[in-house]
Design a protein around this ligand. Structure first.
Ligand code: NAP
Length: 249
């Protein structure tokens, strides 16, 4: 047993059919966790990549509203027995100049990226508090620290994720529940296809990353295992950049 061993723990990951959620699900499974994927699309590709020994269950839920959050926790517990780790990863981005940004885009981004994240944390937090232990990892962003351009709702939501991470950490640390966040840098996923397809944005982003490359979903795995494991038992309310050095520049 190492402090990073997750054998016997049950991890729930939202948006794990692709991208960062898939990378984190695979890393947690490789560290020994059993896996519950949650999303509006089937996570077949992710489940097929899991080691044979890993117990898993896939829950269909649309997190554009908070309505399914309590049911997700009930289903995960009824199928897997408990929840030890929640990774709040599902998220969307809608780009437009702020002068043109629509209320529909604002609501869609805030509902998925912030409201559902809070109510799923609340539902999981209740059961973790009752069992006296748990790890919640919210997926924040560089836009939890910076302003960005053309993504007002995303920046507001991800700044909110950082704030909620700190608030929940303050309320739940003494109850044995660690709440922390990972702030990915620029990662090669569906979320950033538009940026990578724009030669000027792509070049300016790459020029600022000290590591000299876009991140991969697998680059988030080590931080996720750390924050899911007993190695991080005295870490509460941290927002950990995993960004190839972007914020250091
Ligand atoms: P992605 O490949 O587009 O993955 C987003 C995931 O969220 C998908 O599984 C998606 O499911 C799911 N999702 C979206 N809306 C949902 C809904 N209403 N209900 C259930 N699931 C929903 O993008 P990603 O880059 O991996 O993003 C994952 C997280 O990382 C997001 O919170 C994003 O904001 C954050 N992030 C990404 C970057 C980056 O550079 N890529 C940087 C910082 C933070 P579908 O496949 O069904 O759409």
């Amino acid at each position: 047993m190492t402090p990073f061993d997750l054998t016997g723990r049950v991890a729930v990951i939202t948006g794990a059919n692709t991208g960062i959620g898939q990378g984190i699900a695979l890393a947690l499974a490789q560290a020994g966790a059993d896996i519950v994927t949650v999303g509006r699309s089937a996570a077949d590709e992710t489940l097929a990549m899991l080691p044979d020994s890993v117990r898993h269950h896939d829950i269909r839920a649309d997190l554009s509203s908070a309505a399914p959050t309590a049911g997700i926790v009930e289903e995960a517990i009824s199928r897997m027995g408990r929840i030890d780790i929640l990774v709040n990863n599902a998220g969307i981005i809608r780009r437009a100049d702020s002068v043109d940004y629509t209320e529909a885009d604002w609501d869609a981004v805030m509902d998925t990226n912030l409201k559902s994240l809070f109510f799923l944390a609340q539902a999981a937090g209740r059961t973790m508090i009752a069992q006296g232990s748990g790890k919640i990892i919210n997926i924040a962003s560089l836009l939890s620290f910076q302003g960005g351009i053309r993504i007002p709702a995303y920046t507001a939501a991800k700044s909110g994720v950082a704030g909620l991470t700190r608030l929940l950490a303050c309320e739940w640390a003494e109850k044995g529940v660690n709440v922390n966040a990972i702030a990915p840098g620029y990662i090669d996923t569906n979320n950033t296809t538009d940026l990578r397809n724009d030669p000027d944005r792509n070049a300016s982003i790459l020029a600022r990353i000290p590591a000299g490359r876009w991140g991969k979903p697998s680059d988030m795995g080590g931080a996720a295992v750390f924050l899911a494991s007993s190695a991080s038992d005295y870490i509460n309310g941290a927002v950990l950049p995993v960004d190839g050095g972007w914020l250091a520049r």
